[in-house]
Design a protein around this ligand. Sequence first.
Ligand SMILES: CC(C)(COP(=O)(O)OP(=O)(O)OC[C@H]1O[C@@H](n2cnc3c(N)ncnc32)[C@H](O)[C@@H]1OP(=O)(O)O)[C@@H](O)C(=O)NCCC(=O)NCCS
Length: 168
Amino acid sequence: MSETITIRMLEPVDAAAFQAFRLCALLDRPEAFGSSYDEEKDEPLGEVAQRLGARPNAVFGAFAEGQLVGIAGFARNPRLKQKHKGLLWGVHVDRQWRGQGLGRKLTLAVIEHARQHVDTLHATVMAENVTARNLYLALGFVVFGVEKDALREGGRSYTDELLRLDFQ
Ligand SMILES: CC(C)(COP(=O)(O)OP(=O)(O)OC[C@H]1O[C@@H](n2cnc3c(N)ncnc32)[C@H](O)[C@@H]1OP(=O)(O)O)[C@@H](O)C(=O)NCCC(=O)NCCS
C-alpha cells in the first residue's frame, strides 16, 4: 500500500462523505447490517451530521488521499440502566482496500474510544461472515449468544452471533 492512511473520528462536516459511503456499504452487503439502504437513503444530511457529533457516540473513518475508504461506529446505550454498554456497529471497508489492516485499525479505534465510556462493548456478526468474525475474535471479543433467524434478506434467513468485549 503506497498511499498514506489516516484514521480519525468523523465530525458533522463529514456527513455527506459518511452518508455516501454508508449507503454503498448497505448496498454492497445488505445481509451484513441490521439497517437497510431503503431505511437510510432519504435521511436528511442535517440529521446525519447531528448524529456524527453526538458524543460519546462516534464514527471512525479511514481516509486514503482524502477519500473515505472505511468506517466503524460506536454507540453508547442511551438507557439509564444500560449506559455501561456500548455497541460496535457499521464496520465496513471499501472492497479495494480490504485485507490491508484497515478493518482492524478501525475496530481498534472504536475499542480504544469505547474503553473510555463504557464497561463492555457489544457487537453482532453474521455467523457465516468469517472475515468479520475472525477480526472481532482476534481483538478479544467472545461469543455469548447465537440468534437464529436474526435477519431476513433477499429471501434468505441469517444467523447472528452476539459478541462482547469486557473492559473490566
Ligand atoms: C470485515 C471487514 C471490515 C474487514 O476489513 P479488512 O480491512 O479487510 O480487515 P483487515 O485487513 O484489517 O483484517 C483483519 C482481520 O480480519 C480477518 N481477515 C481479513 N481478511 C480475511 C479473509 N479473507 N478471510 C478470513 N479472515 C480474514 C483476519 O483475522 C485479519 O487479521 P490478520 O491481519 O491477523 O490476518 C471487511 O471485510 C468488510 O468491509 N466486509 C464487508 C462488510 C462487513 O462484513 N462488515 C462487518 C459487519 S459485522
